[in-house]
Design a protein around this ligand. Structure first.
Ligand SMILES: *Cc1c(COP(=O)(O)O)cnc(C)c1O
Length: 341
């Protein structure tokens, strides 16, 4: 892990991972008496594959990313937490994120006893890259969510390249929604930058939020370092098997295309509404829009049985609601309710 010595905690540079029975012997055998499992012959009496090889092989094929650049976690929330634990020294280091952005970054910073710096976006939720750079002094990890949640916009790949060349810390690019615009992924930059970790998930475009599978995409030395600190069996056999079957059996590009088509229909309806004053452009499966008295509109919608997210308390987000793209029928119910408000 010598290549990572500028980025990971000194005391974790040569940490000895927990050696489970399944680490020590991985070949074929008929009699498994090494892990204190119950010999009961059910589907789940054995510990899962700690490195999720079969699942990684399928994800690798789908996303065209070599398996040695894939690390899997129990949701990307676990991946983000492990990245902080690996890189930052508690009660000392500082992490940064854009504002507004995903609320989990601040929670994870707090849980890891880290200082948290917010870097403001402008009113259109864009950044000025020079202003961003000026605020990264002393920052160990910088989270960039692209497309950004809750705003839906995508920060340019060229700006990321500039940052990666100049920033001394680790850039964590959270691409939870990138599958809705896959050509723009920063995963293609991973090979060239030792300070880049891209995080993706099966929770959004792959419809598996309930299974909890997130991933880091980074150079193999990062994968090895994360493997060394993760809980040994962080993804259950049932989860690995179910995800494999779903990834193989569903037509994900059609599912994605339908969501994007529905997003465009919702966007058109919001723009046509006389009550909506601003519809923010989105590259994701949700849309942020501004509507006067958003909290009253929110309450009205819940009375109609429709729940959206009120983001009005976020920075620069006064009177905004975020709507997730649902089925055609759900979206139509929302549009009708809005038009009757
Ligand atoms: C939904 C979301 C995630 C996904 O989290 P999981 O733990 O993988 O379900 C990650 N980052 C952002 C910004 C999100 O909105």
């Amino acid at each position: 892990m010598e290549q990572l010595k500028n980025y990971i905690r000194e005391d974790l540079l040569d940490v000895r991972p927990y050696e489970s029975a399944r680490h020590e012997f991985t070949g074929t055998a008929n009699v498994w008496l090494d892990a204190n499992e119950n010999p009961l012959a059910t589907d789940y009496n054995r510990y899962p594959d700690p490195f999720q090889s079969d699942l990684k092989a399928v994800i690798s094929g789908l996303k065209n990313i070599p398996t040695e650049r894939l690390f899997l976690g129990n949701g990307s929330d676990e991946v983000l937490d492990l990245i902080l634990r690996l890189t930052c020294q508690p009660y000392k280091d500082t992490v940064a994120a854009l504002d507004p952005s995903y609320g989990m970054y601040e929670v994870l910073a707090t849980l890891n006893a880290l200082n948290y710096r917010k870097i403001a976006l402008n009113e259109r939720f864009e950044w000025n890259i020079d202003a961003v750079k000026a605020q990264l002094e002393g920052v160990k990890v910088f989270f960039i969510c692209r497309p950004n949640n809750p705003t839906g916009n995508l920060f340019p790949l060229d700006d990321l390249r500039t940052l990666l060349q100049q920033f001394k810390g680790v850039l964590v690019v959270d691409e939870a929604y990138i599958d809705f615009c896959p050509e723009a992924s920063a995963a293609a930059l991973v090979a060239g930058f030792p300070n880049l970790v891209v995080v993706q998930t099966l929770s959004k475009a792959y419809g598996m939020a309930g299974l909890r599978i997130g991933m880091a995409i980074a150079r193999p030395e990062w994968v090895a370092a994360l493997n060394a600190i993760k809980p040994p069996y962080n993804i259950s056999s049932l989860t690995q098997q179910t995800a494999l079957e779903l990834l193989r059996s569903s037509d994900w590009s059609t599912i994605r295309a339908n969501i994007i088509r529905e997003r465009e229909r919702l966007e058109a309806a919001l723009k046509a509404s006389s009550k909506v004053t601003k519809v923010f452009p989105s590259e994701a499966n949700f849309i942020l829009f501004r509507i006067p008295q958003a909290s009253a509109v929110y309450n009205y919608l819940t009375e109609q049985g429709i729940v959206v997210r009120n983001r009005s308390s976020q920075f620069n987000c006064a009177d905004t609601l975020r709507i997730t793209v649902g089925t055609a029928e759900e979206n139509t119910r929302f549009i009708n309710a809005l038009n009757n408000y």
